[in-house]
Design a protein around this ligand. Structure first.
Ligand code: SF4
Length: 311
């Protein structure tokens, strides 16, 4: 492809795209920068990522590298924001922090150019500053970049509010309800999490998601439950579970093998949420939907029995 006709930026549709993608897209749109997303996840993308990523990587990181691979040679630069922290007690999983450098290393012989946006408040680069520098690197003034970030932040908040509102309406519906908790990039991934959500819906369950809650509300709820939880996204998931659990008949905790933060927070939830049926599901590169479907069906039978829908 002729480089001048390529989109300026390629965005891997994986990992934090599902959490902050609205922010990144709106920022680029506000500046008039063209961008392209990688295609929706598939078995082929996961297989490529598994081959490219270091063996000890979690499933999400393997999927991410597969997405990066689909963009190589198809855009001028691939955007991989580096999310490190929002402050001393507000940390992200270290895998997000290393993504940009890891991808540059894995694809070093491809000639592909990469660009980052470095969110690291501990080292003088809070989100506002990071996006200002990112905009400047794209060729815009600091003022234009700041304005674009403000618009983009507003868009992200509005999206989260809308998701929370539509879930409120769902929670008010009659019938068996299952709360599904996990990282947005697992739950919303068409190859990893969406088949689980589809399975629940086709089994007649109303499905609520722990991540459909504004970040601030979720993190406040988590702080009361576990003041020492270290990771922002984990706080949001735990807070989402605590917020929505009263509306649900059971909870499914979905995580990617081998996820360090989930192994701690899921254990905490299982130990402390007494009296609520909880099904932990750990996905890995070998997970097939047949085994997962059987476990979900048995879990739903337990819920039906507890609700008195089954005798
Ligand atoms: S939080 Fe877990 S699944 Fe997500 S990147 Fe970190 S280790 Fe992987």
């Amino acid at each position: 492809m002729n480089e001048s006709r390529m989109p300026a930026i390629g965005i891997p549709r994986a990992m934090l795209y599902y959490r902050y993608g609205a922010l990144w897209e709106q920022f680029l749109q506000a500046l008039g920068v063209s961008f392209q997303l990688s295609p929706p996840s598939s078995r082929g993308i996961l297989e490529t990522g598994t081959r490219l990523a270091p063996d000890e990587s979690c499933l999400s990181l393997k999927m991410f590298m597969g997405h990066v691979d689909t963009l190589v040679g198809r855009c001028e630069r691939i955007l991989i924001p580096r999310y490190s922290n929002y402050g001393y007690t507000e940390l992200f999983c270290t895998r997000y922090e290393g993504l940009y450098d890891q991808a540059r290393n894995i694809f070093r012989s491809s000639g592909q150019r990469f660009i980052t946006c470095n969110i690291d408040a501990q080292n003088g680069s809070p989100e506002a500053k990071a996006f200002e520098l990112f905009g400047v690197e794209l060729g815009f003034s600091a003022r234009q970049s700041r304005r674009a970030w403000q618009e983009a932040s507003k868009a992200l908040k509005q999206k989260q509010k809308a998701e929370e509102q539509s879930q409120k309406e769902l929670a008010a519906k009659p019938g068996m309800k299952v709360l599904i908790a996990g990282h947005s990039y697992i739950l919303s991934d068409p190859y990893l999490g969406m088949p689980i959500l589809d399975c629940l819906v086709s089994s007649g369950a109303v499905t609520l998601r722990a991540d459909a809650l504004e970040s601030e509300t979720a993190r406040k709820a988590c702080a009361k439950f576990s003041p020492t939880c270290r990771w922002i996204v984990s706080e949001e998931i735990v807070g989402g579970v605590l917020h929505w659990k009263e509306k649900a008949d059971g909870i499914i905790l979905v995580s990617a093998f081998p996820c360090g933060p989930d192994s701690m927070t899921n254990e905490l939830l299982i130990r402390r949420l007494k009296g609520m049926p909880i099904l932990p599901l750990v996905l890995d590169t070998q997970s097939g939907m047949a085994g997962v479907e059987t476990r979900i069906e048995s879990f739903l039978d337990i819920i039906r029995f507890q609700r008195g829908d089954m005798v």
